[in-house]
Design a protein around this ligand. Sequence first.
Ligand code: NAP
Length: 248
Amino acid sequence: MSKGVVIVTGGSRGIGRACVLLAAERGYDVVFSWVSGEDAAKSLVAEVEAAGGKAIAVRSDIAAEADILSLFAVADAVGPLVGLVNNAGVVDKTARVEDMSVARLERMFRINVIGSMVAAREAVKRMSTRHGGKGGSIVNIASVASVLGSPALFVDYAASKAAIDTFTLGLGREVADEGIRVNAVRPGIIATDIHASAGEPDRVANIRSQIPMKREGSPDEVARAVLWLLSDEASYTTGSIVTVSGGR
Ligand code: NAP
């Protein structure tokens, strides 16, 4: 029997994909979004179904409010929402702050911050006991960048993730007595395509020796922390950030 519906934003690749696979394996019906990777999204749905799970892929740009509303409408048709994983996020090419355009900053904050906040808003409307819901769990994907600052790399990204840290704390306290827990997972260096999108395809290899565990993390290692926070095993944990960074 299904444990209910979980939405994962940006589920087609990387950490989001690992969350979709593990959530489906643990008995949730998963609705996930993608924006450019249609083939990857389709093959992920097929992989989940082959394992006996349920996943639905929806093209939904987290930067567009109408797309977020459509994503939640699809989930509403599947069943009661019990969880949201705010995973969709981007970095831009490495740059110093004096070279950052307003267009770059607006895109970064629209996707990484406003998109996550609007998705959380929709989840609260459905899950809060204040609105007749039965409670649930929101997990935001933060980053160690928020405490390191990422100088000369992507301070804009680091600042957007700092906003996610504070949003997690504030919303967690705001809805704590309405049946909703809000937490974040703060990954360190994880092996995904995101480093190449920053123009740094060798970043993982270059930084490995600086990580106390001397290795990068896998998307699955992040997903396991996410699934713990989604579950009742984390029933007294809210407004918290779980760091998954090999000690970095
Ligand atoms: P990734 O491999 O680049 O995958 C990004 C995912 O987000 C893809 O599924 C992509 O979909 C989706 N996406 C991108 N823009 C989107 C948009 N506007 N609307 C909806 N979906 C969108 O990234 P990742 O490394 O897995 O990162 C996932 C999260 O972890 C991000 O929030 C990132 O900041 C955070 N994080 C990653 C690391 C790391 O080292 N990898 C460390 C700390 C934090 P398409 O394929 O369809 O474009």
